[in-house]
Design a protein around this ligand. Structure first.
Ligand SMILES: Nc1ncnc2c1ncn2[C@@H]1O[C@H](COP(=O)(O)OP(=O)(O)OP(=O)(O)O)[C@@H](O)[C@H]1O
Length: 593
């Protein structure tokens, strides 16, 4: 509780200190406005009735005086809404900017394994949207509470000065309203929380229907009806539950209005009897009825604000929960040792075993091998044998469960993680095709070089994509993809060259290619690997491929099967071993006979 509100207060204080004070003063003034209004009404009505009943000439002086004050009050009351709305929106936008930034930085810095956790995604989804407004909301509610309480107590005081029964009647409606409204809010929030998984599924299907990437499949496989049906199933379930709750709440709300109206009628009866028995002025009569109505509005407003505050409180809990999201099962490397300037000995896996944090299935089983500095290694094996997982562990994206990985005898657990990412370059099989310019698409390999066009050009020349790029009217500023704007579309093979250029632009120590060449024909793939080997001649390279002809080029081949390293050696060693590799090689050789 404390932590949440410390965060909230510090955050708003840091970015909207002026708003905290100005808004409070404004609300205090607004809190007394209804009482001032009533005082004017009472006096105006009395003054007018005096004028009507007066037989001698009317004195307009006091009336004009009262009308002038009334004008000021009206002006303040009408314009206050616009001014506060504008000021609040201004501050909310400012907070939104800062919070969206904090949330995005958090999402981009958590361990990769968090993205395997549905709870992490649900959390993210719940706090999504209008962050500034929602963070400001609890403070606005407190201020509104202060404002309405001042109004309520000043008016109850006014009613009390006339008759205690009037204040009792007006207060009788407050308690049930307060309880019911608070209950409504918590029900709605609980519903939103448990509906998140279904809402995410509905959004996912809606996204599939709108996504450019899968537009081909949607048409070709006639998936439209199936996806709409799935979307509708999840959407309607949530919608029906929400509407049922809303209906129930509306019925209760009508019951509450009935109670309030009865209390109002009782108050009117009491005032009429007072008119008859005491010397109550006509102005006071009008003001009492107005103030009775106004206390009900204030009570309602207080109840809504308290109950909505509860909703806001749950939201803040979620937001702070997301910002401090931690899953104990997921360990992080927090070492400080820098990566060696140049790798001397190489990489060593020592009895490494691994299973994904939320799975019981072992993926890597007791793996040990060494890669010498500058060596070219290929990893082969059937689908799901653990090749990508092995390189993910090597890059420190997933911490290993048992065993150790060494870089020149420095354990990965001691290594500075950012330094490690800096020295290892990997192009994955599903590398991202950004809807950004060619220049950016290549420079993401080493984003600090975004303005070094000669470096970017040199990388693209090496992978022979420079000529194509310069044939575009905007050359390196040409946008790739057509989602954000009217850009150029590249073929699968051309994109892969962009991917390789991305790897080359970074001057790393270790280069990993995880099948980024899968879309190329076997001969082109072979060519790319040969070329890549030459371009990175003195660097350590690891490439994963299903094509044994490409693996032949490697100094050493590691063969994985069901998470175990079953063979290693060069092509001829493994052929003469006549094991798994030789088998795969012969099978593939047959395709080309
Ligand atoms: N994030 C994850 N969480 C849980 N299990 C995973 C995750 N990623 C991969 N796996 C599992 O780990 C096993 C090894 O997957 P991996 O991607 O390493 O195989 P691979 O040898 O690279 O396969 P392929 O040749 O098909 O790319 C698979 O059984 C896969 O289901």
């Amino acid at each position: 509780m404390k932590k949440r509100y410390r965060f909230l207060f510090n955050f708003i204080f840091k970015h909207a200190k002026d708003w905290i004070f100005i808004s409070l003063i404004f609300n205090i003034l607004l809190g007394f406005l209804p009482l001032a209004s009533l005082w004017i009404t009472e006096n105006l009505v009395n003054e007018i009735s005096k004028m009507i009943s007066s037989k001698s000439g009317a004195d307009f002086g006091p009336l004009l005086h009262l009308l002038f004050i009334q004008l000021i009050i009206l002006l303040f009351s009408f314009s206050s809404g616009n001014i506060t709305r504008l000021y609040d929106t201004h501050v909310a936008e400012r907070l939104n900017y800062h919070l969206t930034k904090i949330v995005s930085i958090k999402a981009a810095s958590v361990p990769l394994a968090y993205f395997d956790l549905p709870e992490f995604h649900h959390h993210h989804e719940r706090i999504h949207g209008h962050l500034g407004e929602r963070v400001l909301s609890p403070v606005k509610r407190i201020y509104a509470f202060v404002k309405e309480s001042l109004t309520l107590f000043s008016l109850i005081g006014y009613l009390l000065s006339t008759h205690w029964g009037l204040s009792v009647l007006s207060m009788l409606a407050i308690v049930p309203t307060l309880i019911v409204q608070m209950r409504f809010s918590s029900q709605q929030f609980v519903m939103m929380k448990y509906q998140t998984p279904n809402a995410r599924k509905a959004n996912y299907f809606a996204l599939l229907l709108n996504s450019r990437e899968i537009a081909k499949e949607v048409r070709l496989f006639k998936l439209k009806d199936y996806f709409i049906q799935q979307w509708s199933k999840f959407y309607r379930k949530n919608m029906n539950e929400y509407l049922t709750l809303l209906r129930k709440q509306e019925y209760i709300q009508i019951g509450l209005y009935l109670l309030t109206s009865l209390l109002y009628v009782a108050a009117v009866v009491l005032v009429i009897s007072l008119l008859r028995s005491t010397s109550l002025s006509i102005g006071a009569f009008v003001a009492i009825l107005q103030s009775f109505e106004r206390t009900q509005n204030s009570a309602n407003s207080i109840a809504i604000n308290v109950s909505q505050f509860y909703k806001d409180h749950l939201y803040i809990t979620d937001l702070v929960g997301f910002l401090s999201f931690k899953e104990d099962k997921i360990i992080e490397y927090t070492g400080k040792t820098p990566f060696p300037h140049t790798l001397q000995k190489g990489i060593r896996f020592h009895n490494v075993s691994f299973k994904y944090p939320f799975s019981e299935r072992p993926v890597l089983k007791d793996i040990s091998f060494e890669i010498k500095s500058g060596e070219k290694v290929a990893i082969v094996g059937a689908n799901g044998s653990g090749k990508t997982t092995l390189v993910k562990c090597l890059m420190g994206l997933y911490p290993v469960e048992k065993g150790q990985i060494y870089f020149d005898d420095i354990p990965i657990t001691d290594m500075n993680r950012d330094d490690l990412y800096e020295k290892i370059t990997c192009i994955f099989q599903d590398f991202v095709r950004f809807n950004l310019s060619v220049k950016e698409n290549i420079a993401v390999g080493s984003i600090s070089d975004i303005n070094q066009l000669s470096k970017i050009q040199s990388a693209s020349k090496k992978v022979e994509i420079h000529d194509l790029i310069t044939s575009f009217p905007d050359q390196y500023d040409t946008v790739l993809g057509r989602v954000l704007m009217d850009g150029e579309d590249l073929s699968g093979g051309q994109w892969q060259k962009i991917g390789l250029a991305r790897a080359l632009v970074k001057e790393g120590e270790i280069y990993i290619l995880d099948e980024p060449t899968a879309a190329l024909d076997p001969l082109s793939e072979l060519e790319v690997f040969e070329k890549f080997e030459n371009l990175t001649s003195n660097k350590t390279t690891i490439f994963i491929s299903h094509r044994m002809a490409a693996a032949r080029l490697a100094d050493r081949i590691l063969v994985l099967k069901n998470g175990k390293l079953i063979e290693q050696g060069n092509h001829w060693d493994l052929i003469s071993l006549n094991g798994e590799y030789a088998n795969m090689y012969r099978m593939q050789a047959k395709w080309y006979e």
